[in-house]
Design a protein around this ligand. Structure first.
Ligand code: NAG
Ligand code: NAG
Length: 663
């Protein structure tokens, strides 16, 4: 081994003698050294070669100023050479560096087309990989660049004309002492030493890395059999190229030696300059650091704000189309409704109806108390007319009508905003005694009846269009502070026409209040409201639901019972026992008989709302109804589909439709 070395050394000396002086230098620090510098490269006062130190994407080149002949001109073979240097890369602010330093052997020492960042100041997209580059490099790469097939963000690679390394390996060294490979961090700020050695006879390129306090390991990090003569020209320049991306990093070379045709002299580690202490520059660089820090904080803040806004946008997203803009005043912001109902909290839930849940809310801007009805509703054709109708209903102004304040649309959901009625609905007063405690006295009941009648009259005859409510029932009569009745839940019946299940029947309303002709034609006209109003009258007078014991054998139809008592001459037997004797007999009889009259199975036999109001006011007397007991009641008995004993002609049609009707 020794012999072989000596022999080859002698051979090398022979070659050397035949050529001009082989280049060799040793710089234990760069103070006073003539280097060819460009870009950000500079020599610091204490003799460090500072390649780059910046927060911007920049490059720095530092080359031995003279061309170096690395070739035996007679044979064309590349000579043996050896070089070693100590370097350090670090950042005071980031733990990711980028990208690093390349030890370069190139036909020139300026790289006008060399881009910063991943291109290491050497290449660009056009010349990358071009064999006419004649560039050989050893990269110390601290940034993984997928584009160049980088193995990781901390590796050493041999590059030829390209940044896609011929061979690369994670930064490490072989510890002779411990007889194992030890990982190294290129970007730790600790000075590391690299050896690049080429044997021109063996045609082998070795790259070895080690911490500075460790002697050169016997086993190199990379050992590549390669004939560099294929890639080199004569002469070449030797030096360093470095670049930064947008991160604040510092790249230094502390000392460097090179020898052509021989072993590079060991660096005298005691002589090489000290690195600036990390953190020592903090004060003087307060602005340099301060701004990036502030900038980074701002960026983070911005990202946070954007995320927050996006999430908020999503949370409060609504469906708003151009044609809705004219409904501006009737359009509520989902955000406001969300806040008003405390996020549709269960605590604010007033009730759940056939169409959806109703929440109590306080609109944050106006502090107005509202009831928000949330209806699941898919946008379909006819949406536009439906909303137009909702809005037009919103224009209804009557003291016996719960005002529809507006609406809001979201994907799959519709929100209707109504005036809030503190006393809830009439059915709770009539049937749920436990929750309301107070029995509704007759005066109140009669007042409520009259107010609902006047509301219906307004809808049917007094507004610019005829509005059919289609769902008159005690649970849709809401009571205000003074126990005035107000008809609520407008517009929802139309939902079935616009967004309902098209397969289901178009009968709209609530079982027990449905006029029989609805089952046949499905076309609502005001008389269906009159029918339901008749049922409502009986409910209020009798304190019973329209159909009790539904589904059981003893299904009692309130209408039948009242009619049969009436024909038996004791109609007052049906009066709500909770009232005791505390009622006006005339008014009671009027209400019961009017109820039966309004709910006549023949639509043509029902009075209109104007007449109803006049009967209730006592302006005109109720007509005598001799025929009713004999004929009318017979048809009415077909009401309950569960009786099974229904005999009337129309019963089967009604039954079928009602069973499949939506609730
Ligand atoms: C390689 O570079 C040379 C010199 O710049 C140029 O003439 C040639 O077209 C390039 N080849 C390719 C494949 O880009
Ligand atoms: C390269 O390393 C190998 C051991 O892996 C060694 O045999 C060879 O002599 C080395 N060559 C140079 C030029 O240092």
């Amino acid at each position: 081994m020794f012999f072989k070395f000596t022999l080859s050394f002698l051979l090398l000396c022979r070659f050397a003698a035949s050529q001009q002086e082989d280049v060799g230098f040793t710089y234990n620090g760069f103070r006073g050294v003539n280097m060819s510098l460009d870009g950000l490269a500079q020599i610091t006062d204490n003799g460090l070669l500072k390649l780059v130190s910046t927060t911007l994407a920049q490059v720095g080149h530092a080359f031995y100023p003279l061309p170096v002949s690395l070739m035996n001109t007679s044979t064309g073979n590349v000579l043996s050479f050896s070089s070693t240097f100590v370097f350090a890369m670090f950042s005071e602010l980031t733990i990711v560096g980028g990208p690093g330093i390349v030890f370069v052997i190139a036909p020139f020492r300026e790289f006008p087309g060399g881009l910063p960042s991943g291109y290491f100041g050497l290449f660009n997209a056009t010349n990358m990989g071009n064999s006419s580059n004649h560039i050989i490099g050893v990269e110390l790469d601290t940034l993984q660049n997928e584009e160049f097939n980088d193995i990781n963000g901390n590796h050493v690679g041999i590059d030829i004309n390209d940044l896609k390394s011929v061979e690369a390996i994670p930064a490490s060294y072989f510890s002779d002492k411990e007889n194992r490979r030890i990982d190294l961090n290129l970007f730790s700020g600790q000075p590391l030493q690299l050896w690049v050695e080429y044997n021109g006879i063996e045609k082998q390129l070795n790259v070895t890395l080690a911490p500075i306090n460790v002697p050169k390991p016997t086993i190199p990090l990379l050992s590549l059999k390669i004939d560099l003569s294929r890639f080199m020209v004569d002469p070449m320049f030797v030096g360093f190229s470095s670049s930064t991306s947008a991160l604040d990093v510092s790249h230094y070379v502390l000392g460097w030696s090179l020898k052509v045709n021989g072993q590079a002299k060991e660096l005298s580690l005691s002589q090489i300059p000290k690195l600036p202490r990390i953190g020592s520059k903090t004060k003087s660089r307060i602005f340099q650091i301060g701004f990036p820090v502030i900038g980074a904080s701002l960026v983070l803040l911005l990202i946070f704000i954007i995320q927050f806004t996006v999430r908020r946008r999503k949370k409060y997203a609504e469906v708003l189309e151009d044609w809705e803009l004219e409904y501006g005043p009737h359009r509520f912001k989902y955000k406001d409704l969300y806040k008003a109902t405390k996020g549709f909290s269960e605590k604010e839930l007033l009730g759940i109806g056939g169409f959806g849940e109703v929440y109590k809310g306080i609109i944050p801007t106006s502090k107005a108390e509202v009831a928000v009805k949330r209806v699941s509703h898919d946008s379909r054709q006819g949406e536009r007319e439906f909303i137009a109708e909702i809005v037009s209903i919103g224009k209804l102004q009557h003291r016996n009508i719960v005002k529809l304040l507006g609406y809001c649309r979201r994907k799959g959901e519709l929100f209707l905003v109504y005036d809030f009625m503190p006393n809830e609905s009439l059915d709770k007063f009539l049937f749920n005694q436990s929750t309301t405690k107070k029995t509704l006295g007759w005066n109140h009941r009669f007042q409520i009846i009259k107010s609902v009648a006047s509301g219906l009259l307004y809808l049917h005859e007094e507004w610019e269009q005829v509005v059919v409510h289609r769902d008159v029932k005690s649970s849709n009569v809401l009571l205000d502070n003074e126990l005035n009745g107000r008809l609520g839940d407008f517009g929802l019946a139309r939902l079935y026409d616009h967004g309902g299940d098209p397969k289901s029947t178009h009968v709209v309303g609530t079982f027990g209040y449905l006029a029989p002709e609805l089952a046949r034609s499905g076309k609502p006209n005001p008389s269906v409201d009159v029918f339901a109003f008749g049922v409502l009258l009986l409910e209020v007078a009798c304190g019973r639901r329209p159909i009790e014991g539904q589904g059981s054998e003893e299904c009692v139809v309130l209408m039948d019972w009242v009619v049969s008592c009436w024909s038996g001459g004791n109609i007052l037997e049906t009066v709500d026992p909770k009232l005791g004797m505390n009622y006006n007999v005339e008014e009671m009889e009027l209400v019961l008989k009017l109820g039966v009259l309004c709910s006549h199975s023949l639509a043509s036999a029902r009075p209109c709302m104007r007449q109803v109001v006049r009967y209730l006011k006592g302006e005109i007397p109720l007509p005598q109804l001799p025929s009713l007991t004999s004929e009318g009641s017979c048809d009415l008995s077909t009401w309950c589909p569960y009786l099974g004993s229904a005999t009337s002609l129309s019963s089967s049609t009604i039954t079928d439709s009602l069973l499949s009707a939506p609730r």
